[in-house]
Design a binder for this molecule. Structure first.
Ligand SMILES: Cc1cc2nc3c(=O)[nH]c(=O)nc-3n(C[C@H](O)[C@H](O)[C@H](O)COP(=O)(O)OP(=O)(O)OC[C@H]3O[C@@H](n4cnc5c(N)ncnc54)[C@H](O)[C@@H]3O)c2cc1C
Length: 368
């Protein structure tokens, strides 16, 4: 089967790699280059229980995907020349006041009910456990299953492995329109056309701009996120992801820390702002006082692809079943990459409609 994947963010390259692994012939098109959309800005957190509400379709997707992560990374490391930073060191949600304590204790009860392993650390225990925290910390909730992955190294490894297995990558190519014509599909750019048996639309925040014949535009909207990349200079770097009331901090083995993130409705503006940097620096200093001595290496920015119900659109269009959506992953695209690839590949190569498609079908927007 020949599949054209439009968009080479973490979602498109995960799908391309999984398709080539199963023997498909894959061409990937991107208007910038692999990983140059939202994926380069991602903090790489794999934290479903902090991102999604208890017993929601999003939580189901996120926990299913997290369960695939160990094998996903192990398979890539088997042949990848580079390395991928990946750790399941848990995450620590920190309360800085009594309201924060009450909220986290409520979360603990919800996690206990569903059998998710977590541990409540009171004010003394939390400071002992994580000495980089402010002495004002009132307590913390440790969620043991959570983890992190270096998004850039992950995208590079996926591209490398997909190429080794025969995928072609072409960029800069902006796909303008897509059409199913009987048993085949056509993808058109300004002056070229690609034909195949199926096409995957993995165009993130820009999905609304791709014209798909016979279906309404996918109503994905960009939500800007700014993120600080800091070089830690004083005291111990935190040992795991720390979530506070105003920001999160993700430590890396090279002694740097990512601090995120803003969530701004500013259209396709990928600029960084003083207000964004100010909010993140004050949020992280409140939580980790030694952050005041850290050096700002860079300010990253990315456009999260959001749909109104905050669920991704994954699956075929009923009226054009050879056109498959894989977009709208909003805050969780890196976490959801292995599951998205598995669902799309099982559909394209085995004709399997995963039960998750009921919630993620791209047709749900045509009904409104
Ligand atoms: C600051 C920030 C922090 C984040 N932190 C996390 C996190 O900790 N954990 C997590 O799981 N997620 C996180 N996310 C979300 C995650 O980054 C996104 O959900 C994910 O990157 C989406 O991947 P994607 O491949 O769908 O989109 P993108 O990475 O944006 O890729 C889409 C690609 O499509 C290409 N494209 C678009 N239109 C066309 C076209 N017409 N023709 C050809 N190519 C096209 C673009 O050039 C781009 O390369 C974060 C996002 C931000 C901004």
């Amino acid at each position: 089967m020949r599949v054209i994947v439009v968009g080479a963010g973490v979602i498109g390259v995960s799908i391309a790699e999984a398709l080539t692994h199963r023997g498909a012939d894959v061409a990937v098109l991107d208007m910038r280059g692999p990983g140059r959309g939202a994926s380069q800005a991602s903090a790489g957190m794999l934290t479903p229980y902090s991102e999604a509400e208890g017993s929601s379709p999003l939580l189901d997707l996120c926990t299913r995907s997290l369960a695939l992560y160990d094998a996903f990374i192990a398979r890539l490391l088997d042949v990848s020349r580079g390395s991928i930073e990946y750790a399941r060191t848990g995450s620590l949600d920190v309360a800085l006041d009594d309201d924060g304590v009450a909220k986290l204790l409520g979360t603990k009860v919800a996690l206990d009910t569903t059998g998710v392993e977590s541990e409540w650390l009171d004010e003394n225990a939390v400071r002992q456990f994580e000495p980089s925290l402010t002495p004002a910390a009132h307590g913390g909730l440790l969620t043991l299953d959570h983890g992190l992955v270096g998004a850039e190294s992950l995208v590079n490894a996926l591209v490398h492995q997909a190429r080794l297995a025969g995928a072609t990558f072409e960029f800069p190519i902006e796909s303008l329109s897509i059409e199913q014509l009987g048993e085949s599909v056509e993808v058109r750019a300004l002056d070229r056309t690609w034909s195949g048996d199926a096409v995957v639309v993995a165009t993130g925040s820009w999905s609304r701009r791709v014209k798909i014949a016979g279906v309404p535009a996918l109503p994905v909207r960009p939500v800007r996120g700014q993120l600080l990349h800091l070089q830690w200079c004083e005291g111990d770097l935190p040992g795991r992801i720390i979530w506070g009331p105003h920001c999160y901090a993700v430590p890396w083995s090279d002694g740097t820390l990512l601090v995120g993130a803003t969530a701004e409705d500013v259209g396709f503006d990928e600029g960084t702002t003083v207000a964004g940097v100010n909010a993140l620096t004050s949020g992280v200093i409140d939580m980790l006082p030694h952050a005041s001595g850290a050096r700002i290496e860079s300010v990253r920015v990315g456009l999260r692809p959001a749909l109104a119900d905050e669920l991704p659109a994954i699956g075929p269009f009923t009226s054009a079943p050879r056109i498959v959506a894989a977009t709208g992953h909003y805050r969780c695209g890196v976490l959801l990459a292995p599951l998205t690839a598995e669902l799309v590949v099982n559909y394209l190569l085995d004709g399997r409609h995963d039960p998750a498609f009921v919630a993620t079908t791209p047709d749900r927007f045509a009904r409104n």
